[in-house]
Design a protein around this ligand. Structure first.
Ligand SMILES: Cc1cc2nc3c(=O)[nH]c(=O)nc-3n(C[C@H](O)[C@H](O)[C@H](O)COP(=O)(O)OP(=O)(O)OC[C@H]3O[C@@H](n4cnc5c(N)ncnc54)[C@H](O)[C@@H]3O)c2cc1C
Length: 372
């Protein structure tokens, strides 16, 4: 039976960042991806925002990997000419409740060590964003946007140059724990199955990461690893030049998402979204009628928005550990040795800010592998 040192399951931005960071390491690495190419699921269906890390509870993995990941990502993008822009972001409040919530967001961010935030008055908001109606806002200069496809392509090519093997259209269908390795069974493009041995496994399977842990013999219910799908739809401005939007503009976040926001993109367009709806099945259809909910939500702070300004764009599905009833759930970035699965690393529930955090998550994985 063939043998490799490390198998990475999933070639989204997380699997790719992990492969890039580990490829310096002199190990034989294979990346398995069920789609015909990299980054065809959540990693290409998001807002492409490099988050500053202001929302997440102090000390959480989301907070720590976002703040570290943001610096690593800006550094990588500028070193390797990966398109990005540090636009800055306004979190705005247009009513009493929102104004009260801005205070809590500010205090949390300062507690997390983010020092470059400032409050804006109504007049200052108008100077920065004349079309936005808001009473108060927090301005964070450190938020930006990145071309996610170029980022993933960079990780992919750099990993290949350092001899990482990529196997596309290859789906993992079974994992058996043996004494000193894992036997991994895959479905190959022709439909045949094939098994090989791997000394370490890194589960970067996004929306299916709970199932991969289950294949290996872990109990997702007991470990609280079950993924809940939470769909987010986007609309796009038909005529972006109608609006003078220069920054990212967000309402205060809800319990489950960051609120429908305005994101200028690198091509000069403006996207609105995502919304958030828990769903049972994964599908990426956009419901045209949802534009009325978008209109109602966004026109509260962009009053010149009209229904004919909106055209359907894309949708993504968040791999959430938090069910509709739960409160905050953190990323799982776990060396499963303590659960009886040595050399098996689980990355589960990597929703937002996973893109921002990708290099910091990869650094953590590297530490697990080095100390194994
Ligand atoms: C609507 C939305 C907006 C977001 N906005 C932002 C944002 O602005 N900023 C930010 O930082 N983060 C954002 N995120 C989060 C970010 O997109 C994710 O954290 C990140 O893309 C997760 O990457 P991943 O590699 O874990 O998952 P994926 O990209 O889903 O990759 C997992 C891969 O595993 C493969 N796979 C699964 N099962 C198997 C199997 N059995 N065998 C082989 N391959 C398998 C899949 O095909 C897939 O390619 C957003 C997410 C959503 C949904």
């Amino acid at each position: 039976m063939e043998e490799v040192d490390i198998t990475i399951i999933g070639a989204g931005v997380i699997g790719l960042a992990v492969s890039y960071v580990l490829s310096n390491f002199g190990k034989e690495i294979v990346v398995l991806e069920k789609n015909p190419s990299f980054g065809q699921e959540t990693s290409s269906r998001n807002s492409e925002v490099i988050h500053a890390g202001i929302y997440y509870p102090k000390g959480s993995l989301k907070s720590e990997t976002c703040i570290r990941g943001k610096s690593l990502l800006y550094g990588l993008c500028s070193r390797y000419n990966i398109p990005y822009r540090k636009l800055g972001k306004l979190i705005i409040a247009y009513d009493r409740e929102g104004i009260d919530r801005l205070g809590g967001i500010y205090d949390n961010a300062v507690g997390c060590g983010i020092g470059d935030l400032r409050f804006l008055s109504r007049k200052e908001i108008k100077t920065l964003e004349p079309d936005i109606e808001a009473e108060s806002a927090i301005f964070t200069p450190d938020t930006g946007i990145v071309d996610t496809h170029s980022l993933m392509k960079f990780f992919f090519q750099a990993s290949k140059e350092r001899n990482v093997d990529f196997a596309f259209s290859v789906e993992v269908i079974g994992i058996k724990k043996e004494r000193s390795f894992y036997e991994i069974t895959v479905n190959e493009p022709g439909g045949d199955s094939f098994s090989f041995q791997s000394r370490a496994v890194i589960n970067c399977a996004g929306l299916e990461s709970d199932k991969i842990a289950e294949f290996a013999g872990m109990d997702p219910e007991k470990l609280c690893y079950r993924i809940h799908y939470c769909k987010g739809q986007y609309f796009r401005m038909r005529n972006p030049d109608k609006f003078r939007i220069k920054h990212l503009v967000y309402p205060p976040p809800t319990e489950i998402d960051l609120g429908i926001h305005l994101t200028p993109d690198l091509g000069g367009g403006i996207r609105l979204g995502p919304d958030a709806k828990y769903v049972k099945e994964i599908n990426y259809d956009i419901e045209e009628k949802e534009k009325y909910a978008f209109l109602s939500s966004v026109s509260k702070f962009l009053p010149s928005l009209e229904k004919d300004d909106l055209i359907p764009d894309t949708a993504g599905v968040r791999p959430k550990l938090q069910s509709e009833e739960d409160g905050f759930r953190d990323f799982v970035i776990q060396d499963e040795g303590k659960n009886g699965f040595p050399n098996f690393v689980d990355l589960i529930g990597i929703e937002s800010p996973g893109l921002t955090s990708c290099l910091a998550i990869a650094e953590t994985v590297k530490k697990f592998i080095e100390s194994a």
